[in-house]
Design a protein around this ligand. Structure first.
Ligand code: ZN
Length: 447
């Protein structure tokens, strides 16, 4: 299936997005699309100091020339993240019945998405980089009261992806997008685990729209690094399909699991490297590598030999888990986070018995399926290296000890059933995590 046919098919399962135009120069179509969707309305270009010259100004001129009443708002900051104060800012800008034209990458889009929703309006996205999958996703990821939170709000009604602009974005933004797309490899494997456990069954439409083409979309890291228009278009399409998968699922499950939580920890602790906040995709890259390495070890176990009785006997009570979570997150910006999430996802011993019995019984077949889905660490490492994404935590300033210390938080900080939860139940968690940081492991602590 070619790209056009794939997109047409994917739009059918997207609940919010009705129009997706992608190609060189397509931003010229924006006024026409706007008129069709929002007859008689006023537009406001929302951009920042980088995206205004990259595309915002051109869009503003196109709209003005087309006779559409258009204003502009430029966020005049060198560095900003999706924080609540900017939500308030953009909210004020949309007062007066404006339709937002989001000209930018992840942050600008998330702000426009949430603020348009606050005004009961749809909006139009004009992405400037293939840096995240958030353009087309349901929900906006915003820091609110110290915690990274996903606010429910619809995706843009139209996305106009001008590949001339997107391919000219800074290379590290495209590499970040590549990593955000690659994250769907281990995230998919963890969804398979949640599906087997019955906590979050796989939704076929949301699974196939992305996972069926994912390997193909990740197969040209050199093209991504060289900003070849076709490679960048394929990457952008993959990221968009990921968003459509989230629209179809009305959740981020198809696109995100443990690998994203490493990034959330760095966001919530305002982690900086060389004075700078690190991009979502770069943070997700090291989480993705961590999860590929964890899967490498996990898939080497023979769980048909699992001693279910022993595991069930050793299974902690809810009170023990809550206590562990409170201790672990004591100095975290949101100290109650682990407690809240483990309380949501805790299973009593008898449920754990059923879960382990199920895994033990189907392990040979299930392991084969997981192996088909997830990439070995070595492969992911080589792909990231070729694409220009970080292939070692140290490249974004995270040392090995920090990396290891993040694992227990990652396990507890979200209600979602993940690989680490399964490893805990099977009593292989410590051994699995330690294997990454032991001599011969991917990130030997003493090397
Ligand atoms: Zn992401």
């Amino acid at each position: 299936m070619d790209s056009k046919a794939r997109i047409a098919k994917a739009l059918k399962i997207a609940t919010d997005t009705k129009i997706f135009e992608m190609g060189p120069g397509v931003s010229a179509m924006a006024p026409e699309v706007f008129r069709e969707l929002f007859p008689g309305k006023k537009a406001k270009v929302i951009a920042d100091i980088n995206t205004w010259p990259a595309l915002g100004e051109k869009v503003y001129e196109l709209f003005t020339a087309a006779g559409i009443p258009t204003e502009k708002f430029i966020i005049e900051e060198e560095e900003f993240h999706a924080e609540w104060k900017y939500v308030e800012l953009v909210d004020r800008e949309l007062d007066g019945d404006f339709i937002a034209l989001s000209v930018g990458s992840g942050v600008i889009n998330d702000l426009c998405k949430l603020c348009a929703h606050h005004h009961n309006q749809q909006y139009l996205a004009l992405p400037t980089a293939a840096s995240v999958d958030g353009y087309s996703s349901f929900g906006a990821s915003i820091s609110y009261q110290n915690a990274k939170q996903t606010f429910s709000c619809p995706a843009p009604v139209a996305i106009i992806a001008d590949i001339d602009v997107i391919a000219a974005a800074p290379k590290e933004m495209t590499a970040a997008g590549y990593a955000d797309l690659a994250a769907k490899v281990p995230a998919g494997a963890e969804w398979m685990i949640a599906d087997l456990m019955g906590t979050e069954p796989i939704i076929p439409d949301a699974w196939h729209v992305l996972q069926d083409v994912l390997d193909e979309m990740l197969s040209n890291p050199d093209g991504v690094a060289n900003a070849e228009p076709q490679a960048v278009a394929d990457l952008f399409e993959g990221l968009t399909l990921s968003g459509f998968a989230m629209q179809a699922a009305q959740s981020s499950r198809p696109a995100s699991c443990c690998e994203h939580l490493f990034s959330h920890i760095l966001d919530m602790t305002h982690f900086r490297f060389q004075g700078k906040l690190q991009s979502h995709g770069f943070q997700v890259a090291i989480g993705t590598l961590a999860m590929c390495a964890a899967f490498d070890t996990f898939l080497s176990y023979d769980l048909t030999k699992l001693d279910v009785d022993k595991c069930v006997h050793a299974w902690p009570t809810l009170e023990q888990e809550q206590k562990r979570a409170l201790e672990l997150f004591r100095d975290f910006p949101v100290p109650e986070l682990g407690y809240t999430e483990i309380t949501k996802k805790y299973n009593p011993a008898e449920v754990v018995r059923d879960q382990l019995t199920k895994v033990k019984k189907c392990w040979p077949e299930f392991r084969r399926k997981l192996r088909d889905q997830v990439y070995p660490f070595k492969k992911m490492h080589a792909l990231f290296k070729a694409a220009g994404a970080p292939y070692d935590p140290s490249m974004i300033g995270v040392d090995r000890k920090m990396m290891k210390d993040m694992f227990p938080k990652v396990q507890l900080m979200r209600f979602r059933f993940n690989l680490l939860d399964l490893a805990k139940r099977a009593m292989v968690y410590d051994e699995m995590v330690d294997s990454l940081f032991a001599p011969g492991g991917v990130w030997d602590l003493d090397a």
